[in-house]
Design a protein around this ligand. Structure first.
Ligand code: LLP
Length: 479
C-alpha cells in the first residue's frame, strides 16, 4: 500500500540515498538543499503531522493562520555555507557569493544571508532599502536592472552600492551623475567615484523556460557583445570606476556546461579591456541560475558541483590567457531560498467532474504562487495533518481566484481529504512571495521562520484594511 509518507521517502531516498522524512538534523551539512524536495529538517512527528524546524506545521497554521509561508532557517543557512565553503575549496582566487534577493526580498532573509557572509544582488530601490535595513553593508550590495531610474541610481550611489550597468542609457546617466557630483563636491574632499560593473550578454544558451533565459543574444538584458569596444572606450574616458564584468545566462538550469563555458567567453573581454583600453578589471560575476528540485523527476547538480564547475571554467580560461584570477562573484537566488520554504494552505471544498477530474480548492493560489500559471511550473504537495494516510485519489489542486488557469497542481496523488485539512506545497521559497500579488484583493499571506522548535513571524499577514491603504476616494465620489 502506498502512503504519502512512503512515496516521499522513496523519492528522497532514491535520489539522494541519505535523506528521508525521518531525518534528524545530524546529517544536514552533507545535503545540498537545492537537491531536496523538502526542507532539510522535515520529519513526520508522533502526531502523524508534518514537522519542519521542530515545529508542527498544523499547529503553525493554527497559530499564524492560512495560507502561511514556512521558512526553514537551517536549510537557508546550510545553502549559504555550502556556497561559501565550495568556493574556498575549489577556487584559488578571492570569491564573494551574493544572494539574488529578487527570489525573496525581505528583512529576515537578507539578514540571515548577510550574517552568513553573503552580499546581496538587488534590482530596485526597494530591494536596496531592504538589504540595507537588514544590516548588509553597501559594499556588498550590487545593483542590477535593465531600466534603473536616475533617482534609483542616485540612491544606490549615495548608499555606496556597486552598479551593474546594463545599457547605454544607464552608462551615460551614470557618467552625468558622476560629473554633476564631482562639480557639486569640488569644494569638499568627499567625491565618490561610482563603482560599476558592465553586464554583457555572453551568447550562451541553456535549456530552461524561455522567459527565464537571459544569456542568449536576443535578450533585453546587458550590452550586446558587438558593442563591447565602444562601451570600453566610453568607460575608459569616463569618470566611472569599472571593476569588472557580469553575465547571467538564465534560471532553473540543470546542465553544468553553460556555466562552465562562461569563463571562456568572459576572459576574452577581460583581456581586451586591459590590453586595448587600459581597464584593469578585478571582478568577474557569473550570475546565478542553479536549479532546484520541485518534483521527483528534477535532478539538479549540487551546490558544490556547480561551484566546482564554474571555478574550473574560470580558472582554466584565465590561466590559459595568462591573466591573474579575478575575484569571482556569483548570484544564486532560487538555489539558496527555493527549497527552504513551504506554503501551507487550508483545504476548502471539492468538485468532481465525473470521469474527468476532482478539483480540491485551497485558500490561496496564483496570488501567493504565480509560477504555475506563468511558467507551467510543477509542484509537489502533501496533506500535513495525516501524513501516513493512504494515497487514494488523483486530484487537481485549484486556487481560489476567478481564473480557470488558477491551478496550483494538476493530477497529484493524495489521500482522502476533508475541508479543513492542511495542504503543504513544497519548494515555494523562491519567486513566490516576491512575485505575490493582491489579485482579487486577497491579502498576502504571513511568513514565519522555524528552527529548533521555535517559530517567529517574519512577514505579517496583510489585513483587509491594508488592501485599502493606497486607495484614494476623491471628494466628488464620496456619498
Ligand atoms: N542574477 C541575475 C542578473 C538575475 O537576473 C537572476 C534571476 C539571478 C541572478 C538569480 O537567478 P536564480 O539563481 O534565482 O536562478 N521568476 C522566475 C525566475 C526569474 C529569474 C530572474 N533573474 C521564476 O519564478 O522561475
Amino acid at each position: 500500500m502506498t502512503t504519502v509518507l512512503s512515496s516521499l521517502r522513496q523519492e528522497t531516498i532514491s535520489t539522494t540515498q541519505t535523506n528521508s522524512l525521518q531525518n534528524t538534523t545530524s546529517s544536514l551539512d552533507s545535503l545540498s538543499p537545492n537537491q531536496q524536495l523538502l526542507p532539510l529538517t522535515t520529519i513526520v512527528n508522533s502526531s502523524d503531522h508534518l514537522e519542519i524546524g521542530g515545529c508542527d506545521v498544523v499547529e503553525l497554521v493554527q497559530q499564524y493562520g492560512s495560507p502561511l509561508y514556512i521558512l526553514d532557517e537551517a536549510s537557508l543557512r546550510t545553502g549559504c555555507q555550502q556556497y561559501r565553503e565550495a568556493f574556498t575549496k575549489h577556487y584559488q582566487g578571492q570569491s564573494q557569493v551574493l544572494y539574488a534577493s529578487k527570489a525573496w526580498s525581505c528583512l529576515a532573509v537578507c539578514a540571515i544571508v548577510g550574517s552568513e557572509g553573503l552580499g546581496i544582488d538587488v534590482v530596485s530601490a526597494g530591494e536596496i532599502l531592504t538589504a540595507l535595513r537588514a544590516g548588509v553593508s553597501s559594499s556588498l550590495i550590487y545593483f542590477h536592472g535593465n531600466n534603473k531610474s536616475v533617482e534609483e541610481l542616485s540612491y544606490a550611489l549615495e548608499s555606496g552600492c556597486t552598479i551593474v550597468v546594463d545599457n547605454w542609457h544607464e552608462l551615460k546617466s551614470l557618467d552625468n551623475l558622476a560629473k554633476e557630483q564631482s562639480l557639486a563636491d569640488s569644494f569638499t574632499a568627499s567625491r565618490i567615484t561610482p563603482r560599476i560593473m558592465l553586464r554583457l550578454t555572453p551568447g550562451i544558451e541553456c535549456h530552461t523556460h524561455e522567459y527565464i533565459q537571459t544569456g542568449h543574444i536576443d535578450s533585453k538584458f546587458g550590452f550586446d557583445p558587438n558593442e563591447i569596444e565602444a562601451v570600453f572606450a566610453f568607460v575608459a574616458a569616463s569618470s566611472l570606476n569599472c571593476i569588472g564584468i557580469h553575465a547571467h545566462i538564465g534560471s532553473q538550469i540543470f546542465e553544468l556546461q553553460p556555466h562552465k563555458d562562461i569563463g571562456g567567453v568572459m576572459v576574452q573581454w577581460f583581456k581586451l579591456a586591459g590590453e586595448k583600453y587600459g581597464l584593469q578589471f578585478s571582478e568577474l560575476n557569473i550570475g546565478g541560475g542553479l536549479g532546484i528540485r520541485y518534483v521527483e523527476s528534477d535532478d539538479p547538480p549540487s551546490i558544490e558541483d556547480w561551484v566546482k564547475t564554474v571555478s574550473a571554467g574560470v580558472t582554466d580560461a584565465f590561466i590559459n590567457s595568462g591573466l591573474t584570477l579575478p575575484k569571482l562573484l556569483c548570484e544564486p537566488g532560487r538555489s539558496l531560498v527555493g527549497s527552504t520554504c513551504v506554503t501551507a494552505y487550508t483545504i476548502g471544498g471539492s468538485k468532481t467532474v465525473p470521469d474527468i477530474r476532482t478539483y480540491i480548492t485551497v485558500d490561496g493560489g496564483m496570488s501567493d504562487n504565480p509560477r504555475p500559471i506563468t511558467y507551467q511550473s510543477k509542484y509537489r504537495a502533501v496533506v500535513a495533518n495525516h501524513m501516513s494516510a493512504t494515497l487514494s485519489q488523483t486530484v487537481t489542486i485549484a486556487g481560489k481566484h476567478c481564473e480557470s488557469g488558477d491551478i496550483l497542481i494538476k493530477d497529484i496523488q493524495l489521500p482522502e481529504t476533508n475541508a479543513g485539512d492542511i495542504l503543504v506545497v513544497f519548494a515555494t521559497g523562491a519567486y513566490n512571495y516576491s512575485m505575490a500579488s493582491n489579485y482579487n484583493r486577497l491579502p498576502k499571506p504571513a511568513a514565519v521562520i522555524v528552527g529548533t522548535g521555535e517559530s517567529s513571524l517574519i512577514i505579517k499577514r496583510e489585513t483587509r484594511e491594508d488592501l485599502l491603504r493606497q486607495d484614494c476616494l476623491p471628494e466628488r465620489l464620496r456619498k
